[in-house]
Design a protein around this ligand. Structure first.
Ligand code: ADP
Ligand code: MG
Length: 271
């Protein structure tokens, strides 16, 4: 029996709720009991409760940042098979994920490769690692962001929207090549690039080379100006890998075939 147990539904509880200290509220009764039992000095009790609140607050912050990031939960660097993309060095990617100089200087990442070569997975993985390190990351389809910025421009809120994106240390724009031609008629994507230039990083995935980017921007001059800003401080990842989807699908088919009895040879039709 513990008659002295404090009631955190009472006055203390109300105050801790008002002050937004949920962890202290949850732990107060138990910690006060322990402090009484073990004759802690008052300072130790206060430190203990504040430490717990701060630790959980940090966890809540990371969870919130991850939830707001748009990153796919299971696309991590730990599940990325680097042997499938010999052109990409694991050491280089680890360095990007663990050292943040490039973010401080607003350097960019440009990842090129055919569909299925692992661009989105790799950038998701980098994004998760950066969130683990306390950075803010937003992963979005490029066409969706363009649409949102166009809406903002129509409502005369473009500057606000760009400022809102400023809190992200890294913006990952997936599939720039899928920005539709009619979207190109406004220059919001260029404005975003120009606004972040040398300040805040952008990562872009593309399955078409720069020579095809004229379809993404309003005109040739703007295309050159955008590419110029993006590549000035950039890490370029050429993922000339075979489609991972196709590879794993082929491996599955081979496995399934091997598991079956050998099928009779099919007659090939000559041409
Ligand atoms: P892209 O963005 O280049 O079209 P994705 O990153 O979407 O390719 O990859 C296609 C699928 O294959 C995804 O499910 C992804 O997780 C997987 N994948 C691609 N490359 C790798 C890899 N190197 N290791 C593990 N999974 C991969
Ligand atoms: Mg992709």
């Amino acid at each position: 029996m513990n008659g002295a147990r404090i009631n955190t539904d009472g006055r203390l509880g109300v105050m801790l709720t008002e002050l937004r200290l949920p962890t202290m509220k949850r732990l107060a009764a138990e910690s006060c009991d322990q402090a009484d039992r073990e004759s802690w000095p008052a300072r130790r009790l206060l430190e203990h409760l504040f430490e717990q609140e701060m630790a959980e607050r940090e966890v809540r912050r990371f969870d919130r940042h991850r939830a707001q990031s748009g990153l796919v939960v299971d696309k991590r660097l730990s599940t990325f098979d680097f042997t499938a993309v010999p052109a990409i060095s694991k050491a280089q990617i680890t360095a990007l994920a663990e050292g943040y100089d490039w973010l401080d200087h607003g350097s960019n990442i440009l990842a090129f490769g055919p569909p299925g070569s692992g661009k989105s997975h790799l950038l998701n993985g980098i994004g998760h690692a950066l969130i683990d390190a306390g950075k803010r990351v937003l992963f979005t389809r490029c066409s969706e962001l363009v649409q949102r910025l166009q809406g903002a421009r129509r409502d005369l809120r473009l500057a606000n929207e760009l400022a809102r994106l400023d809190r992200f240390d890294l913006l990952i724009l997936d599939d720039i090549s899928y920005v539709r031609k009619d979207q190109a008629e406004t220059s919001v994507l260029f404005e975003l690039i120009a606004e972040r230039y040398e300040r805040k990083s952008i990562a872009i995935t593309a399955n078409t080379p720069f020579s095809r980017w004229s379809e993404v921007f309003v005109d040739a001059a703007m295309t050159i100006a955008a590419i110029d800003r993006l590549v000035h401080h950039a890490i370029i990842l050429e993922m000339n890998a075979e489609s991972y989807r196709r590879r794993t699908a082929q491996a599955d088919v081979s496995k399934a075939r091997a598991a079956k009895k050998p099928a009779p040879a099919s007659s090939e039709v000559g041409t």
